[in-house]
Design a protein around this ligand. Sequence first.
Ligand code: R5P
Length: 299
Amino acid sequence: MSDPRPLLLVLPGSEHLGNDLAAALGAEVGRLALRAFPDGETYVRIDTSPEGRPVILLCSLHEPDRRLVPLLLVAATARDLGACRTGLVAPYLAYMRQDARFRPGEGISSRYVGTLLSGAIDWLVTVDPHLHRHHSLGEVYTVPATAVAAAPAIAAWLRREVRAPFLVGPDGESAQWVGAVADAAGAPHVVLDKVRHGDRAVDVSVPRVDGWRDRTPVLVDDIISTATTMAETVRQLRGAGLPPPICIGVHAVFAADAERVLRDAGAGRVVTCDTIAHPTNAIDTAALLAPAVREHLGA
Ligand code: R5P
C-alpha cells in the first residue's frame, strides 16, 4: 500500500522552504536526483515512489529559464510513475510581467508559460503573482490556481519591528499590495505614479509627505528586480527630507547589482519575504502557503 502522506519534491533553489512546508502539511520530503548530462540536458530520477500519492513540487521560479525545463521533467516523471495528482508550489511565479503586447511583434510570455505549466500540473499555489493587466491567475493558468497574499505576514512584521510606519507604493500596480498591508497594519499609505522608460530607467512622482514626517517611511512593492523602481522612490523620499526608508519587497529577485543600487540610493533596512532565498529574507511564507496547498489536496 502506498504511503498516504503527500510527497513533497523540492527543486533546486527552494530548499530553504522544504522542511517548513513539509512539516506544515504533514508531507514526506521525497528523494529527487537531478543533474546535468555533459551535453547540458537534465537527468531526473525520483527515488521515493510517487505511485498512488499526491505529489507537491516546490519550485520558486526566479531565474526561470534554467528552472522551467527541470520542473517540467520532474512533473512528467511524477505523473509517469503513477502520482495521483501533481501540484506546483511556486512561491515566486515568473513570467507574469510580460502580460501584453506593448510593441508590435512581441510575445505575451505570461500566457505562453501559463499554458506550458498548466499542461504539466494539476494545480498551482503561488504568493502575490504580478497581476496587473491579467486580473486573476485564471486568465493565465487553466488549472485551479491560488494566489496567496503576503500582506498579513508583512503587516505582522511591521507591527513587531516598526514604530508608526507610513507606507509608500511606488506605482499603480503596487496599490493592491501596499493597500492590503496598510489596512492589516493599521497604517496610512500613499501610492505614487511611475513612468517606465526602460529596464533600468523610471520616473516616480514626488510624494506629499508633510502630514507624515513623524512616521517611519516604508516602501512596499511586489518584486525587487533591478531595484530601479525602489531606488528612484527612495531618492524621491530622501529628496523630500525623509529619513532612509525601510524597503520591503515580497520577491527578492535582485538581478545583478540591484542590492548595491538600492543601498547607494539611500535605502534603510531592506526586508523581503522568503519566496526566493536571499540574505534580506525576514518574513516567512511556509505558514501562508500550507492552507492553500491543503485545499488543493482536499485535506
Ligand atoms: C512592476 O510593475 C513591479 O510591480 C515592480 O515595481 C517592478 O517589477 C520592479 O522592477 P525593478 O526592480 O526592475 O524596477
